[in-house]
Design a protein around this ligand. Structure first.
Ligand SMILES: Cc1cc2nc3c(=O)[nH]c(=O)nc-3n(C[C@H](O)[C@H](O)[C@H](O)COP(=O)(O)OP(=O)(O)OC[C@H]3O[C@@H](n4cnc5c(N)ncnc54)[C@H](O)[C@@H]3O)c2cc1C
Length: 323
């Protein structure tokens, strides 16, 4: 069976990001999944990879992967593509994953498909990526015409299915080229992690927009998120105004999210915001303007002042919790 490479997203301590096991499920539809693990922590992550179908784990445990930005990872993948001739390479559709995908495509002369929300095999076995358009109303299917298909898959788009496998560790020697070492990481700062789930991986996201009126007004979004066990997101109007940090911006120039439930509060639904959330499974919008474009893609719309609607919602959630 053809091998399919999956680039793991993980911490140095070996914690495997959820998107990696989603990629393993997608890879199993195309062939035999093999994980590519760049950096430390593979032994600690191995059990989880085995649980989700990794036949083997290529481990390149070099300081290059932490000391330099994405270029060494693209070189490692290019080396493995040349050696193993895989049927496809799957990476996470994160900012880093997409950059690696682009670099790998150039290095291997291959086609690249980004922002896939589904991966399947065509009748002839070739990988096909599904892309959601117009709020998921239309799905376009695409396949590469040249080289090794490289596909960047959106986190949360594919449900991970457990499938036991060996996850045999296979050490790989990889030395980054001088060209890959031109930009060095000088410091790693671990962002203080609160109780809330990670925005890109959360099952529920509550996002607030300019309608919240101020940084103080935005705290109502945090309250609703906490009541629902959700991650907090924001529109660019909010992050540009300094009401909430930039890393929580959802949209074309922010994070792409695809949760089970996206609650847009006081957000108009500009095309650039929709680009980052329109594949959410269920969308609820709260906006005082019945003509707001967000209602075009909402499954449920509430027309009203958010400072009246959200407190009522919090009350109802509270009642349900105490039942
Ligand atoms: C190149 C480019 C990239 C961009 N990238 C992004 C991006 O990544 N993410 C992003 O979000 N935007 C992005 N934008 C900006 C985008 O075009 C919009 O300007 C932005 O999304 C608007 O944010 P908003 O919906 O919060 O504000 P507004 O458009 O001002 O909407 C506020 C909404 O709140 C409602 N409202 C007001 N008060 C209340 C109330 N009390 N109760 C209920 N509703 C209320 C209003 O009816 C309105 O619909 C980008 C723009 C460009 C040009």
């Amino acid at each position: 069976m053809a091998e399919v490479l999956v680039l793991a997203e993980h911490t140095d301590a070996g914690e495997v990001k959820k998107v990696t096991v989603e990629l393993l499920t997608a890879a199993a539809r195309l062939g035999e999944p093999s994980v590519v693990w760049a950096g430390p922590g593979a032994e600690a992550g191995r059990e989880r990879l085995a649980e989700f179908g990794a036949a083997r784990v290529y481990v390149a445990d070099s300081a290059d992967f932490s000391d330099y930005v994405v270029a060494p990872k693209a070189e490692l993948l290019a080396q493995l593509v040349a050696e193993k001739a895989p049927a496809a390479v799957l990476v996470a559709g994160t900012a880093e994953g997409k950059e690696i995908a682009g670099r790998l495509a150039v290095k291997t002369g291959s086609g690249v498909l980004t922002d896939a929300v589904d991966v399947t095999a065509a009748g002839d076995g070739a990988p096909v990526a599904g892309h959601a358009n117009f709020g998921g109303a239309i799905t376009a299917h695409a396949r590469v015409a040249k080289g090794t298909p490289i596909i960047a898959v959106r986190p949360n788009a594919i449900a991970a299915v457990p499938a036991a496998a060996a996850a045999e560790i296979v050490p790989v020697t990889a030395v980054a080229s001088d060209a890959a070492r031109t930009a060095r990481v000088t410091e790693h700062v671990v962002a203080a992690k609160g109780e809330r789930p990670d925005l890109a991986e959360a099952q529920i996201v509550v996002s607030g927009g300019r309608g919240t009126g101020s940084a103080e007004g935005f705290t109502i979004i945090e309250q609703l998120a906490d009541a629902l066990g959700a991650a907090v997101g924001a529109s660019r109007a909010v992050t540009d105004a300094g009401w909430y940090p930039h890393q929580f911006q959802v949209g074309q120039t922010g994070k792409t999210v695809s949760p089970q439930l996206y609650v847009a509060v006081g957000i108009s639904g500009a095309i650039q915001h929709r680009a980052g959330m329109q594949t959410s499974k269920t969308i609820i919008a709260i906006n005082k303007d019945p003509e707001a474009p967000i209602f075009e893609i909402a499954d449920l719309g509430v027309v009203g002042d958010l400072f009246t609607v959200v407190p009522q919602l919090l009350e109802e959630i509270d009642k349900h919790k105490s039942l």
